[in-house]
Design a protein. Structure first.
Length: 362
């Protein structure tokens, strides 16, 4: 049937979509670059970004996790104050809005009902909205003022992979464009850096056996798993935990390294898998002390680090990329580990129980 054709030689859409990420990066570079190597962006979006005094990112699930990284980009690169909100909570926890808010809806499908109800509300209030989506003709795209396209190609697997990395890439481009529009001096060429990301992703996709082995060693029988990280790595850990939960049904939690001692460390026992990310130089020694703390309590540690920050015994070292863009690469091992864990546990990778690809009910 049609779905077999689309899957090609891949056993699952998820694996195919993981593998497509290097190409999606190149496609994004191509689509967002003009003939003078400048960023190609709707002038109205540029103006809206420049004029707003605060960005409110609204999203759910994996797209929310991309939003957390997006906040770092917008604040660190473009100096735009940014808040990130879970769509379903927004209406009850409605924040005090700034004078000139810009709402940014991040949604792979563009159909998520929780986001739509926020958009209906912000439209009523007359606030401008930008939707970042993989489906430009979608409801959210049609009902907001501006759209940025992810260019990731159709994502079929319920577990989002390539849309997440595409969201972060597009947010990085948006942040750099805004910085330039504001006249900030910037030593960051997003297209060059995304090219490096693409190559790093490719190198990772060529090492699947290793992640299969990690999944087998750490996750084939465990009941739970922890992901820890600091800074950007913490947010990637949240995404790693979500991925693992949704397709392998292992209870997984992402934690900020420093929060462990405030409670969660009580759960660590002999053999508990702890996957730690160590890609951020300024927190490298502190995340490594957190790993020592869990090892002392018997945890089975698996450290994924960045070239240059690696230490003996790390399970995997990702190729060097710009420190702000590490999430785009460090998430791949987590996607692959989740994929193989689900396989080893005989789970339906592309269609996990109880989940729908796009959640069109509130
Ligand atoms: C991701 O793996 C999930 N299936 C889910 O969290 C998803 O990201 C969420 O429902 C948001 O969907 P959207 O991006 O289409 O709005």
């Amino acid at each position: 049937d049609a779905s077999d054709i689309e899957k090609g030689t891949y056993p699952h859409f998820m694996l195919k979509e993981i593998d497509e990420q290097p190409f999606v990066m190149r496609k994004i570079i191509q689509e967002y670059q003009d003939e003078h190597d400048d960023i190609k962006l709707d002038e109205d979006i540029r103006k809206a970004m420049k004029e707003c005094d605060r960005v409110y990112i609204i999203a759910a699930g994996t797209s929310y996790h991309a939003g957390l990284i997006g906040k770092e980009f917008l604040e660190k690169i473009a100096e735009v104050p940014t808040e990130v909100h879970v769509a379903s909570e927004f209406s009850y926890n409605f924040p005090l809005l700034s004078e000139k808010p810009l709402f940014v809806f991040i949604s792979q499908s563009g159909e998520t009902a929780d986001l739509r109800s926020v958009l209906v509300e912000t439209n009523k209030l007359g606030h401008p909205a930008l939707t970042i989506t993989n489906v430009p003709g979608s409801t959210l795209s049609r009902e907001s003022n501006y759209t940025m396209h992810l260019h990731a190609g159709p994502e079929i697997a319920v577990a989002s992979t390539k849309a997440y990395t595409a969201q972060m890439a597009v947010l990085a481009i948006l942040a750099v464009d805004t910085a330039r529009a504001k006249g900030l001096t910037l030593d960051f060429d997003p297209m060059k850096e995304l090219g490096i990301v693409s190559s790093a992703m490719e190198a990772l996709c060529d090492q699947k056996e290793l992640f299969d082995q990690i999944a087998r060693d750490y996750l084939s029988t465990t009941r739970n798993c922890f992901f820890i990280g600091r800074g950007l790595d913490y947010y990637v850990g949240l995404e790693g935990a979500l991925k693992l939960k949704e397709i392998s049904y292992i209870q997984a939690e992402g934690f900020a390294g420093g929060e462990l001692k405030h409670g969660t460390i009580a759960l660590i026992e002999d053999g508990t898998p702890v996957i730690a990310l160590a890609t951020q130089e300024h927190v490298n020694s502190s995340i490594r002390s957190n790993v020592q703390e869990v090892i002392t309590r018997g945890a089975n540690d698996c450290i994924i680090s960045l070239e240059g920050l690696d230490r003996e015994g790390d399970a995997f070292v990702i190729p060097k990329v710009h420190s702000l863009l590490t999430p785009l690469v460090s998430v791949l091992p987590l996607q692959l580990i989740s994929y193989y864990a689900a396989l080893h546990r005989d789970c339906d990778v592309d269609k996990p129980r109880n989940l729908a690809k796009s959640v069109t009910v509130e």
